[in-house]
Ligand binder design. Structure first.
Ligand code: SF4
Length: 343
C-alpha cells in the first residue's frame, strides 16, 4: 500500500510558501470555515469570495444565521444553486443554538450530527478551526491521492472514499488544518482536475507514481455519469403596468420553494403564445427573448423565453407582481431564469 506519510513534510513546506490567501483563512473561526466549505462544495474559490463576504456581513454569527428570514437567506445564496444547502445550514445553526450553546462543537463526531455536515465538512471544520487531527476527503483530495499512488480505484465509490479517510486518519500531522488545506490547494492549483496536471511545479512529484508512469491523465477513475434528462420549457416574463409576475415553486423537488418566472412545459412558438393569449381574451405585446439552456446535476432545461407586456391583467392566484428593483433586492430567483431577467 502507498505510504502517504512521506509526503507530509514537503507538502507543508510548499503550503507555507504557496497557500492561497482567502477571507476565511485570515480568521478561521469555526463559523467562517463552515460557511466557506459549504459554499465551496458547489463553486470555484474565486466566485465564493464575494458570496462569503456578503453572507458574513449580513449574518455575522451562528445566532444571526439561525434567526434569518428564509427570503434573506435565499437571496444571499442566489446564484450559488443547491438551495437545500443553505436551508440545511440554517437548520444546523438552529441545532447549534439549541444543543451546543451557540458554539460549533469541537468534536468530529458531534459535527457529523449537524444537518448538512458530512465527513468532508466535519473534517474541514475540525481540522482547520480546532486543529483536530482528522482528514477532510473530497473529490479533489481523492484525485491527488490516487494519482500519487498510481491507483485505478473508482473514486466515486463511497467505499473508496471511506477507505481513504481511514488511511489519511493515520497520516494527518499535528498541523492538521494546514495539511488538509495544502492538499486542497495542491488539487486546485497544481494537480488540477481538467487537463494535464502541472507536475513540473508539484512539490510531491518525486513521490508520484502517476507521474513516474506517465498515467496522470488516466487518473482518477470515475463512474460514468448517467445522461441528463432534457426538459423543454417556455419561460414567461409577464409584465403588467411595470410589474412582473413571479410564483413560488412546489415545496418538493428541483429548486423547491423558490420563486420563479411563470413557465409552461414544452416549447411554444410566438404564434402559439399569441393564440393562447387570444383564447383568454388578453391583449398583449409578445417579444421573443430567444432560447436558453440551464444545466442542473441530473436535468437540463432547454428553454424559450417571451416578454409579454399585458394590457389586460391576468387573474392568477399563484402570481405576485413585483417591481424590477424588488426582483433584484428581495426575491431569490434561480440562475436558470437569469438570462430572461437581463435588461
Ligand atoms: S506529480 Fe503531477 S500527478 Fe502527481 S501529484 Fe503532483 S501534480 Fe499530481
Amino acid at each position: 500500500m502507498y505510504n502517504y506519510k512521506k509526503i507530509v513534510d514537503d507538502l507543508l513546506k510548499w503550503y507555507d510558501r504557496h497557500a492561497r490567501s482567502l477571507p476565511w483563512r485570515e480568521n478561521p473561526k469555526p463559523y467562517y470555515v463552515w460557511v466557506s466549505e459549504i459554499m465551496l462544495q458547489q463553486t470555484r474559490v474565486e466566485a465564493v469570495k464575494g458570496y462569503f463576504n456578503r453572507f458574513i456581513e449580513a449574518l455575522p454569527d451562528i445566532e444571526a444565521l439561525a434567526t434569518a428570514p428564509e427570503e434573506q437567506l435565499l437571496k444571499l445564496w442566489e446564484g450559488l444553486g443547491y438551495y437545500n444547502r443553505v436551508r440545511n445550514l440554517q437548520k444546523a445553526a438552529i441545532q447549534v443554538m439549541e444543543d451546543y450553546q451557540g458554539l460549533l462543537p469541537a468534536d468530529y463526531k458531534e459535527l457529523l450530527k449537524l444537518k448538512g455536515i458530512g465527513s468532508y465538512t466535519a473534517g474541514a471544520i475540525a481540522s482547520i478551526a480546532y486543529g483536530i487531527q482528522v482528514p477532510a476527503v473530497d473529490g479533489n483530495v481523492l484525485r491527488v491521492m490516487k494519482r500519487l499512488a498510481g491507483s485505478y480505484d473508482v473514486i466515486t465509490k463511497a467505499s473508496v472514499k471511506r477507505q481513504m479517510e481511514e488511511i489519511l486518519a493515520e497520516v494527518v500531522p499535528v498541523r492538521a488544518g494546514a495539511f488538509n488545506q495544502a492538499v486542497m490547494d495542491l488539487g486546485a492549483m497544481v494537480c488540477i482536475p481538467n487537463g494535464m496536471p502541472l507536475c513540473e511545479k508539484c512539490p510531491l512529484a518525486k513521490y508520484c507514481i502517476a507521474k513516474e508512469k506517465g498515467i496522470q491523465m488516466e487518473l482518477p477513475v470515475k463512474e460514468k455519469k448517467k445522461a441528463r434528462k432534457i426538459e423543454e420549457k417556455t419561460i414567461l416574463l409577464l409584465e403588467y403596468q411595470g410589474k412582473y409576475a413571479i410564483q413560488k415553486r412546489r415545496e418538493k423537488g428541483l429548486l423547491a420553494g423558490l420563486w420563479e418566472l411563470p413557465n409552461l412545459e414544452g416549447k411554444y412558438s410566438k404564434q402559439e403564445m399569441l393564440s393562447i393569449l387570444k383564447e383568454e381574451n388578453k391583449r398583449a405585446d409578445v417579444y421573443e427573448l430567444g432560447p436558453g439552456k440551464h444545466i442542473f446535476s441530473h436535468i437540463e432545461w432547454s428553454m424559450l423565453g417571451y416578454h409579454i407586456i399585458l394590457e389586460t391583467p391576468i387573474e392568477e392566484k399563484n402570481y405576485i407582481w413585483v417591481s424590477k428593483q424588488e426582483l433584484q433586492d428581495t426575491y431569490a430567483i434561480p440562475t436558470a431564469f437569469s438570462i430572461y431577467l437581463k435588461d
